[in-house]
Ligand binder design. Sequence first.
Ligand code: GDP
Length: 464
Amino acid sequence: MSHLDQDKEVKDNAVPGADKMTMAMTEMFMRESDGHPPVIFALASGLSRAAIAVMRLSGVGSGRIVESLCGRLPAPRRASLRGLWRRDGAEPVLLDRALVLWFPGPDSYTGEDSAELHLHAGPAVINAVADTLVALGARPAEPGEFSRRAFTHGRMDLMQAEGIADLIDAETEAQRRQALAQVDGAQSRLYQQWADRLRVLLAHQEALIDFPDEELPPEVEQRLVDGLQELHATMQASLLEGAGAERLRRGLVFAIVGAPNVGKSSLLNALAGRDAAIVSPRAGTTRDAIETRIVLGDVPVTLVDTAGLRDTDDEIEAEGVRRSLFHVKQADCVVHVFTGSQAPPRLEGDGLLVCNKIDLHDAPEGAIGISVLTHAGMDVLRDVLAAHARALTAGQAQAPFTRARHRAAIEETVHHIGRALGMDWPEMRGEEMRLAMRALGRLTGAVDVEALLDTVFGQFCIGK
Ligand code: GDP
C-alpha cells in the first residue's frame, strides 16, 4: 500500500486550471527572488530504488513554487496530500499525487522558506517534478548546499554542519553516537567556553595596553598569565584526547604484512568473510595491496593485504613491496603474519604478531597462534583486533574534535597562546591572543569581533 492510500485524512484540494501558472507569474517569481539566492531543490532521499522519494526545496520563492505545483500552500509543518501539476502548457498536466510539507522560514532546516514533496519514487515522476521545478525558476542544489544555507542563516555552526555530514556517513554505532553529539553541539559548547575564557583574558590584556598608567590592580597581569597558561594546558591536553575520535570518524587502517606464502591473503579473506584476495601457494601472487572494509569492535577498519615483503627481481612485485611499505607506514596497526617454521619478525611500533598455520607448527611465545585453514585461534584473533580497534579510537565521551581541520585549528590556537605567553610586550601579546581567538573562531565559523568589544567595554567600563 502506498503512503497515498494510507493517508486518507489529508485532503487533496488541488484544482487544475483555476490558477494557471502563466509566464507572467514566472516572471513575477523571478523578480521577487531578485537579490536572494535562488530556490534550490534536491532529492533528500537519494537515488536508490524506494517507495517514496523526498524532494526538498529551499529559498525565498519556495512558497510560490509550491503554490504553482499544488494550489494553495498546506498549513505549516502539516502533511497534506496534493496533486502536483505542471501548468505552463495548454493543459495542466498531473505529475503525481504526493504528500506536501511546508516549512516557512526561519523555523526550517535551512532557515529559509522550505518544502518537502514526498513523491512516488519512480524515475519518471522524479524527472517530471524536477523539470517543472526548473521551469518555475528553481535550480538543482550543489552538494551540501542546504546545510550551507543553514549555516549562513545561523541555524547551525560549522562543527554541527560537519556533524551532520558525519552522521550521514556513520557506518557503526560508535560513529553514529559521536556524530550525533557533534550535531547536538558538544564541541561547539566546549569551544565557546574556550573562546569566552580567551575573550576575558584579552579584555584584561586590552586594559593593560590602553591604560598602562591608570590604577589597574597589579595582579591583573599575573591573573592574565595564569589564565593563559591554564587554557594552553587544557587545549594541549585536548589534542591528545581527540586523536581517538578523529580516528573513529575516518575509520582505521590495519595492514597485514609478512613474507610470501605465510597466509596473509587467506587471513584477509577469513576476516572479511569473502574472497577479496587471491590465495595461492605461489609466492608473490599479491602484487598490489588489496583493501577490504570490515567492522571490528564497532569501528570501520580497512584491512590492507600487502604484497609479501621479500627481495625480488620481478619489477612489478618490487613495486608491490614498495607499496606495502608505504601502507605499513600509514597503517594504524600492523598485523605481522609468519609461520611457526620461521623466526618471528621483529615488532616495530604498534603491531600484532600472528603466527599462522599452527596446524603444521606451534606458535612461539608472545604470538597469537592461528590456523586460517582449521579456524583455530581465529576467534581470539578477532577479539584482539577488535580490542585494538576500540583502544585506538577510545577517547572521552565528549570528543574535543573529530577532524584534521579541528585539530589544525586547535593546534594553531595553542601555538598563538604559547607565543603570547612568551611575549613581554603587551601589544605583541595582545596580537598573539587575537590570532588565537581568530583560529578558535574558525572552528565554529564564528569569528566575532563585536563580542570582544562588548567584553572589553563591559568589564572595564572604558567607554563611559
Ligand atoms: P600470502 O602469500 O601470505 O598471501 O599467502 P596465501 O594466503 O596466498 O596462502 C599461501 C598458501 O598457504 C595457500 O596455499 C593457502 O591455502 C595456505 N594456507 C593459508 N593458511 C593456512 C593454514 O592455516 N594452514 C595451512 N596448512 N595452510 C594455509
